[in-house]
Design a protein around this ligand. Structure first.
Ligand code: PLP
Length: 399
């Protein structure tokens, strides 16, 4: 049995998306910049894909720029603004719970003389709008806030953040990777200036994303080359993947209401089951939360050991995010919501998808308590008193 509950890291490509991409590997393989009929064909399909995305998010097609991934889109947004507005100021505001593709760019910019404010979050992972307003100075050129956190699933009040930035005339970038396909986004209504997206979190292929750049914004490119993507992102376009991205986005929004309902029910069912395990707590917010995210911590458990034991049973989950799981540092997100190192290390993310089933969740809920009891017997983290856990009543939402 194979149970994939790591959809926050990446997802299975939908068969419909594979089908939409196939002709571009086999027949319609032209270069979208070529002048012959095969080039024109490719160019038309590329522009169709762009228009589909623009329709979904209610923006203009010329505001969508294809990139190789969301990491690139985040880099382009932040470094592009830092470069184009450096005469205006050198201050950037972000939060402590951003994805590494935002945090590490900000840290790099600090070394180049930029000042960065990393906003705190509360114990549920929410930023404070008043703290944001207070942090803004005359030198602030950019606010970059994640739409929904990839580890704990907390959804930020993006419209309100956008309003604050608009009022102060500051560019607002939003890393929307985890929110895409689960949260409705209307770019005419919500004053996001720059928005990053990736296909592989929504049943599209890996290695393709886009940056929305509002027409009023002017970014400096990161790369220089040909005139593709209006010279903002030169390089021969991957038409097959752009079509895959657009198809995945269209599908995700077409199915959103049904999938959100189904996945949320399963998620809540899973949380109820987890809460029956002594010494298990749910990290993050229970309402402002992505429908597919469960982040739980288990007292006296080392997350990696639990992950490996689950993997041996055919269950895929993650500790922290895929990007930081190679390091032994505890998750910066879990630390920011106030967890100790030990608590952060005892946390696991289960992320569901439209393909998840009740049978799979039941299997996990059956296996998990056995593994946990077993791991606690040999835990070096302090408490070996299993009897205590069996009779213990806990508040599962406290930190
Ligand atoms: N931002 C968030 C919130 C993510 O979850 C991820 C992927 O893990 C990224 C950015 C980076 O996306 P990509 O893998 O397309 O570079």
């Amino acid at each position: 049995m194979e149970i994939y509950l790591d959809n926050g890291a990446t997802t299975k490509v939908d068969g419909f998306v594979v089908k939409a991409m196939k002709p571009f590997f086999e027949n319609n393989y032209g270069n979208a910049s070529s002048l012959h009929f095969k080039g024109v064909e490719a160019k038309n399909e590329l522009e169709n894909a762009r228009q589909k995305i623009a329709r979904t998010f209610n923006c203009d097609a010329n505001e969508i720029f294809f990139t190789s991934c969301a990491t690139e889109a985040n880099n382009l947004a932040i470094q592009g603004i830092a470069q184009s507005l450096k005469e205006k100021g050198n201050h950037i505001i972000t939060s402590k719970i951003e994805h590494p593709s935002v945090l590490n760019v900000c840290q790099k910019l600090e070394k180049k003389g930029f000042k960065v404010t990393y906003l705190n979050v509360d114990k549920f992972g929410l930023i404070d709008l008043k703290e944001l307003e207070k942090a803004i100075t005359e030198k602030t050129i950019l606010v970059s806030i994640i739409m929904a956190n990839n580890e704990i699933g907390t959804i930020q009040p993006i419209e309100k953040i956008a309003e604050v930035c608009k009022k102060k005339n500051i560019v607002f970038h939003c890393d929307a990777v985890q929110g895409i396909g689960k949260i409705k986004i209307d770019l005419k209504k919500t004053k996001i200036d720059l928005m990053s997206c990736s296909a592989h979190k929504i049943h599209g292929p890996k290695g393709i994303g886009f940056l929305f750049e509002r027409n009023s914004i002017n970014l400096e490119p990161l790369f220089f080359g040909g005139h593709q993507e209006n010279s903002l992102r030169p390089g021969t376009e991957n038409v097959a993947f752009c079509v895959g991205l657009a198809t995945a986005i269209e599908l995700a929004y077409k199915e959103m209401l049904v999938n959100n309902k189904k996945v949320k029910n399963l998620r809540d069912y899973m949380i109820k089951g987890l809460e029956k395990i002594p010494g298990c707590y749910i990290n993050g917010d229970l309402t402002e939360r992505l429908v597919n995210n469960v982040n739980a911590r288990f007292d006296f458990i080392e997350g990696e050991s639990l992950l490996l034991r689950l993997s041996a049973k055919g269950i895929c989950v993650s500790t922290g995010s895929a990007c930081s799981s190679q390091s032994l540092e505890p998750s910066h997100v879990l630390k920011a919501i106030g967890l100790s190192h030990v608590q952060a290390h005892g946390s696991i993310r289960f992320s569901l998808s439209k393909y998840s089933t009740k049978k799979e969740i039941d299997f996990v809920l059956k296996e998990l308590p056995k593994i946990i009891t077993d791991l606690r017997k040999t835990s070096v983290l302090g408490n070996h008193n299993i009897e205590k856990y069996n009779s213990m009543k806990v508040d599962h939402h406290e930190h």
